[in-house]
Design a protein around this ligand. Structure first.
Ligand SMILES: C[S@@+](CC[C@H](N)C(=O)[O-])C[C@H]1O[C@@H](n2cnc3c(N)ncnc32)[C@H](O)[C@@H]1O
Length: 246
C-alpha cells in the first residue's frame, strides 16, 4: 500500500520534514561522496529523492543532479525547489536509466527496502548506475543494532496547511526484517480537518546484512559516522554506508 503522506497527502509532507532540517546533512553527504569517488564527481543520481530536501543542499556540489522517486506527488514537490535538476519517476529496485553517474545516493528512502531481495535489487540498481571508480552513499534510518521504540510529536503550519500528529516507531516482531512506523495525523487545509492513520513498514537489517549484500553486488564497502551521530540516538543509525565500484 502506498504511504499516504507521499501520495494523497504530499501537500503536508514538508510540515513533517522541513527543508531547513537537511542543510548540514546534505552538505555532509555531498562531501562524503566526493571523498569516496575516485576521480571527478560531477554527476549525482538520487534514488528515492522524495521532496528533494536533501538534494537541495547537495546540488551545489555537483554539475548535474538526477532525482528519482516512486511517487509523482513527491517529484512535484521536489521540482518546486530544484527546478534545475532532472526528475524521473522510478522504483529504486528496478530503475534502469542506461546511464552511469559519478555518484549515487539512496538515503532515508532506502529504509523502504524490506526483504533480502529488495536489498539485492537496490544494490544492483546502484551498481548499474555507477561508473567504475564511482561511489554511493546508502543511509537506512535504522539498522538491527540501532533499533528501538521511539515517538515524536509534530506540529507545524505554513499558512495554507497545518499539521499536528505523532510518529511512533515500534517493532512488533523482532525476528522479521521489518519494523513499523505509525503516523496519527490531523491535517488541516481551508478550515477542513482530516484524521489520517498512515502505516509504514520499513526494513530492518544488520550492518553485516547491508555490507554482505553490497559486497556480493561487487562493491567495496565501508561505514562512516552520520553527521548527526551525537544527537540522533536510537533507533536512528549513527553510521552511513559508503560503497565504491572499483
Ligand atoms: C522520507 S521520503 C524521502 C525524503 C528525502 N530524503 C528528502 O530529502 O526530501 C521517502 C521517499 O521514498 C520514496 N520511496 C519509497 N519506496 C521507494 C522505492 N521503492 N523506490 C523509489 N522511491 C521510493 C517515497 O515515495 C518517498 O518519497
Amino acid at each position: 500500500m502506498p504511504q499516504l503522506i507521499y501520495t494523497r497527502y504530499a501537500a503536508w509532507y514538508r510540515l513533517l520534514d522541513p527543508l531547513e532540517d537537511h542543510r548540514e546533512e546534505g552538505a555532509s553527504f555531498a562531501r562524503m561522496l566526493h571523498e569516496g569517488v575516485s576521480g571527478e564527481a560531477k554527476t549525482l543520481l538520487e534514488l528515492g529523492s522524495g521532496a528533494g530536501n536533501c538534494a537541495h543542499y547537495m546540488k551545489p556540489f555537483f554539475d548535474r543532479v538526477t532525482l528519482t522517486d516512486l511517487s509523482p506527488a513527491m517529484l512535484e514537490l521536489s521540482r518546486q525547489i530544484n527546478p534545475e535538476c532532472e526528475h524521473l519517476q522510478g522504483d529504486m529496485r528496478t530503475l534502469r536509466l542506461e546511464r552511469r553517474f559519478d555518484a549515487v545516493i539512496a538515503q532515508d528512502a532506502v529504509t523502504y527496502m524490506s526483504t533480502e531481495k529488495d536489498l539485492r535489487d537496490v544494490a544492483q540498481t546502484i551498481f548499474e548506475h555507477l561508473r567504475p571508480g564511482g561511489a554511493a552513499l546508502v543511509s537506512p534510518d535504522c539498522t538491527r543494532e540501532s533499533r528501538g521504540e521511539a515517538s515524536e510529536y509534530h506540529s507545524r503550519d505554513d499558512g495554507a496547511y497545518s499539521l499536528r500528529g505523532v510518529e511512533w516507531m515500534h517493532d512488533p516482531d523482532p525476528d522479521d526484517t521489518v519494523y513499523t512506523v505509525d503516523y496519527a495525523l490531523l491535517l488541516r487545509h481551508k478550515g477542513k480537518v482530516e484524521m489520517v492513520h498512515d502505516r509504514h513498514l520499513e526494513g530492518l537489517f544488520s550492518l553485516e546484512d547491508w555490507t554482505r549484500t553490497f559486497t556480493d553486488a561487487g562493491f567495496r564497502v565501508w561505514w562512516e559516522r552520520h553527521i548527526e551521530a551525537e544527537e540522533i540516538g536510537p533507533p536512528f543509525s549513527p553510521v552511513v554506508m559508503l560503497c565504491r565500484r572499483d
